[in-house]
Ligand binder design. Structure first.
Ligand code: XMP
Length: 510
């Protein structure tokens, strides 16, 4: 772990994760802690700096999240953002007011004072605002260093005590100088060096795992996805054959995927990997089931059953390795995001196995997990693998899941992937796959009338899967894909392309 630490006090704002990401982009290690733990965490862990996030409350609202003002006398620099700035002003005796107007969106900002925070930033610029309350009067000892037309104290500071507040959001891209401002706070005000690198993380984490596990045994459910693969690789480098990976092949994977996972981890890396071919078990359970949520539940439950059965055969296991990553950790604690995503967490693991959890990625963001994967020597293809849902092709096979239908999806999907790669579009498209809408239609092939299945293509661009647009694949590429699918996949006579964004549609069809 890095030596330098920044603590981010979470007041419930929607951009909290983003602040943490931006700080890490500066190679500075940070953690998000609930606002009511920030004082004790700061006293115990002695961070180089503290950031207060925004949040939906007003400092005057009953039950508003507050902190003990002792936080300002620890000698640790504080940067308050939006609500965090208002709170700083309020706690130190300034005046926060609720004007009749709301300031929202891109706003002109004038920097009016000399400030380390604004070093290298133009005096007239734009920033992203989203607030009702504002600081009407800064506390004694504070200066105003920036203003907007409607906001008389868009930035305040007491540089002697190293306390700063900004009403706007430096963490969002709509504030073009935001990263520079955060850089200034971290390097010029908190005095960090930026010692958070993946190489460093890898080495210290391997040592930590070695010391923790000692001569005990670790069990891992490996799916072949990025997170579980990186976690397994890291722990394998720490404890070698004390790690056993169980790979449950539920028969709902893409073409050749099971073999590829086995070849890589068992073949190339010589890991203890047990592949369970449970295809028929899963198909039996899914027989006659058409409801998407029901499918997910059945697959999740069966996954646990298979995994547990296998684990019992392995003798004494002490740790269960999971590829939990930081967004899961932050999201599971707060807000509505966790509700939207709960149905995605298929394959939650056995609770009654009495294993201790090992979650070495729980403080990393996805891009950091990928960088760690590269450090560990995993192939690029795996590191940049597109997201693939836990219940696999079952949610791309509308209606009942059968072997025949899975075959049509697998074969057509392999063609799609080949052509997307040939057109060098893989890096531009977030997710691309084929699905079976479960309709048959009339066609003609040679002189024969056909009555066969339709295959759908879904390809989307996105940054986080929360929203997406349909990908503008060139017509020529679509034509090749379509003609190859109907010619090469027996049982398909029609190909359609989904041109709906999310919302209102979702990425998957079920
Ligand atoms: P939707 O379809 O909700 O998908 O727009 C958003 C992202 O989540 C993936 N997804 C799932 N992942 N289990 C998973 O592990 C699921 O049940 C599941 N459903 C959707 C989807 O592929 C996309 O990346």
């Amino acid at each position: 772990m890095a030596n330098e630490l920044i603590l981010i006090a979470d007041f419930g704002g929607q951009y909290n994760q983003l602040i943490a990401r931006r700080v890490r982009e500066e190679h500075v290690y940070c953690e998000v802690v609930p606002f009511d733990q920030i004082v004790s965490a700061a006293q115990r862990r002695k961070p180089k700096g503290i950031i207060f996030t925004g949040g939906p409350a007003s400092v005057y609202a009953p039950g508003a999240p507050l902190v003990d003002s002792v936080i300002f006398s620890l000698g640790i620099p504080v940067l308050g953002i939006c609500y965090g700035a208002q709170l700083t002003a309020h706690l130190l005796g300034g005046k926060v007011e609720s004007p009749a107007f709301k300031e929202y969106g891109k706003v002109e900002l004038s920097i009016t004072g000399e400030s380390l925070l604004f070093k290298g930033i133009a005096h007239q610029t734009t920033c992203w605002m989203s607030h009702r309350d504002y600081i009407a009067q800064p506390p004694a000892g504070f200066q105003v260093t920036a203003r907007t037309r409607l906001c008389p104290a868009a930035a305040i500071e007491d540089s002697a005590r190293r306390l700063y507040g900004v009403q706007f959001h430096p963490e969002v891209l709509h504030t073009p100088f935001g990263q520079t401002l955060l850089h200034n706070f971290l390097f010029s005000i908190c005095g960090v060096q930026g010692d958070w690198t993946m190489d460093h993380f890898k080495e210290t984490e391997i040592n930590r795992i070695k010391n923790k596990v000692e001569n005990r045994n670790v069990l891992c459910a490996l799916s072949g996805g990025v997170d579980s693969s990186v976690a397994a690789m890291l722990v394998h480098q720490a404890v070698g054959s004390r790690l056993t990976c169980v790979f449950v092949d539920h028969g709902l994977l893409r073409k050749d995927e099971g073999d590829e996972v086995e070849r890589l981890f068992k073949g190339a890396y010589r890991m203890n990997l047990i592949r369970i071919n449970a295809q028929s078990r899963f198909l039996n359970k899914l027989k006659g089931v058409t409801d998407p949520e029901q499918k997910r539940k059945i697959i999740g439950a069966e996954f646990i059953a298979v995994f547990e059965e296998e684990a019992r055969k392995l003798g004494q296991m002490d740790y269960l390795l999971q590829g939990t990553i930081y967004p899961d950790v932050i999201e599971s604690g707060t807000g509505p995001a966790s509700v939207i995503k709960s149905h995605h967490n298929v394959g939650g693991l056995p609770k009654d196995m009495k294993l201790k959890l090992l979650e070495p990625l729980r403080l990393l963001f996805k891009d950091e997990v990928r960088r760690l994967g590269t450090e560990l020597g995993l192939p690029e293809k795996l590191i940049w693998r597109q997201p693939f849902p836990g219940p696999g092709l079952a949610v791309r096979c509308l209606g009942e899941v059968t072997e025949e239908k899975l075959y049509l999806i697998r074969e057509s999907d392999a063609i799609l992937r080949e052509e997307i790669s040939r057109a060098e579009l893989d890096n531009e498209i977030w997710q691309y796959f084929t699905f079976l809408p479960n309709i048959k239609s009339v066609g003609v092939m040679g002189d024969e009338r056909t009555y066969s299945h339709t295959i759908g293509i879904r390809a989307v661009t996105s940054t986080d899967a929360m929203t997406c647009s349909w990908a503008r694949i060139p017509y020529e590429t679509l034509e090749r894909i379509s003609s190859r699918i109907v010619n090469e996949v027996e049982g398909v006579n029609r190909v359609i392309y989904d041109v709906t964004s999310k919302p209102p549609a979702t990425i998957e069809w079920e």
